[in-house]
Design a protein around this ligand. Structure first.
Ligand code: IMP
Length: 431
């Protein structure tokens, strides 16, 4: 099974970082294919928490890690992460695609200004400059990692780009900010020098690894409902978060993907704007937020939380060709009784179980719930993780079985705590 994609089935923050780290022990290479420092992947090992925005989560296992061409790279954040890991005694075997695009400070400024202009249409971005960098990439104004290693090319590209950005900032947004061409060029060249040893053709390296039958994990960032094409446009991010993004964002053909693993939380969370049909704005929601520590890894914003909604999961299974599901944060639901699972929506007098393209229609969708008995609070999850699936409370097993019955995809891993070891592998197929 050499090519494995790990993809989020909801609104991101499904704990993909933890699952990538867990699966990375049996992999040889881990490659990020989309997004940038808007992502916040958390891994907890022996009580120590590591947060990654750009470096793939498999780095703690000492595996070869890659930043694919589909990622947008923020130099300062990447340098911070690299130096932080080195201080902790890690020696990241990092490879950065020469085709990845670079995020500049003016992109971050523009991100905030665009959000201000958009009013109700704002996505509540992370202000990490993600949208403006991808816009420049698509408009063919972008600066790529390879450009940082060629002063002449970089200077000529930045000349045009900075003139454009200055006009946008001063004349469109009427902001009193002066961009310094010299300063921006100098910083970009310094960063180019700093990363030069890591820069390579990631597509070539990953294809060679797959030729040797080595295992490659394609680590997705954000979730399917944030995908630029298949998400809740315009309330999502600017990249292809779905499994297909692994092909374009790394440079492998679809036949290279052998397995797609979808990660879903046992409930839903959303940071940012847009409709969330099962959102809980009551004490149950507050309890889930506090117990689940549902605060943005990147921005610290409180996440909106709600009952598990299987409509996005079914939709994700379709657009990603998901083979297996991982359910995370099951422990967070302890002590809530009864639990509810949304299985379809009632929308304008009809029952639907997919995501409509029209956001106004989605706003009108009312969840149809199934109720299920919860389990008690005093559960020793660490012990259960050691003992395996059979040790789970009966109601928790019933919760998982209901999910499988509705979505018709087997659950193969269940996560019951943030630690690497608080993970249960289910070695069974859907009956
Ligand atoms: P951007 O990706 O910063 O442009 O933000 C666009 C939307 O995606 C906003 O609603 C963000 O809150 C959301 N978003 C971006 N990255 C993540 C993530 O890693 N987890 C969850 N939501 C995210």
């Amino acid at each position: 099974m050499p090519g494995i994609v790990i993809v989020g089935t909801q609104w991101g923050d499904e704990a993909k970082g933890k699952i990538t780290d867990f699966l990375a022990k049996d992999a040889d290479h881990i490659v990020r294919y989309n997004g940038g420092a808007n992502a916040g992947h958390t891994v907890v090992v022996n009580g120590k928490t590591y947060k990654f925005h750009l470096i793939p989560s498999g780095v703690l296992h000492g595996k070869e890690v890659y930043i694919g061409n589909g990622v947008v790279v923020d130099p300062e954040i990447l340098a911070d992460e690299l130096e932080g890991l080195k201080r902790e005694g890690f020696h990241p075997k990092l490879h950065i695609s020469d085709r990845a695009h670079v995020v500049f400070d003016f992109h971050k400024l523009e991100d905030g200004l665009q959000e201000r202009l958009k009013g109700n249409l704002r996505a509540g971005t992370t202000k990490r400059g993600i949208g403006p960098t991808y816009s420049d990439k698509t408009a063919r104004f972008g600066i790529r990692i390879a450009d940082l290693l060629d002063e002449e090319v970089l200077k000529s590209k930045l000349d045009i780009l900075i003139d454009l950005k200055q006009k946008i900032i001063s004349q469109v947004y009427e902001e009193d900010v002066k961009l310094s061409k010299e300063g921006i060029l100098r910083k970009a060249l310094q960063f180019g020098q700093y990363i030069s040893d890591y820069v390579c053709d990631v597509s070539a390296k990953i294809n060679e690894a797959l030729d040797r039958d080595e295992t490659v994990i394609f680590e997705g960032a954000q979730g399917t409902l944030l995908d630029i094409d298949h998400g809740l446009y315009p309330y999502g991010t600017s990249s292809n978060t779905i499994a297909g993004g692994a092909c374009t964002g790394v440079g492998v053909g679809p036949k290279r993907i052998d397995k797609v693993i979808g990660v879903m939380k046992a409930y839903i969370s959303r940071v940012g704007t847009g409709p969330v049909p099962t959102e809980l704005k009551n004490s149950i929601g507050e309890k889930i937020r506090e117990v689940g520590k549902e605060y943005g890894t990147t921005t610290g914003r409180p996440r909106r939380v709600g009952w598990l909604d299987l409509v996005p999961v079914k939709y994700s299974i379709r657009v990603n060709s998901i083979d297996e599901l991982v359910v995370t944060k099951l422990d967070v639901l302890s002590g809530i009784n009864p639990l509810k699972i949304c299985i379809k929506y009632e929308c304008e007098g009809r029952m639907i179980d997919t995501i409509p393209a029209n956001i106004r229609t989605y706003e009108k969708c009312e969840p149809i719930y199934e109720e299920i008995e919860g389990w008690q609070t005093n559960v020793n999850w660490k012990k259960i993780a050691e003992e395996g699936y059979d040790a789970l409370p009966e109601q928790a097993k019933e919760y998982l079985q209901r999910i499988e019955e509705h979505v018709k995809v087997p659950i193969t891993i269940v996560s019951v705590g943030p630690e690497r070891m608080e993970t249960i592998t289910l070695n069974r197929e859907l009956s």
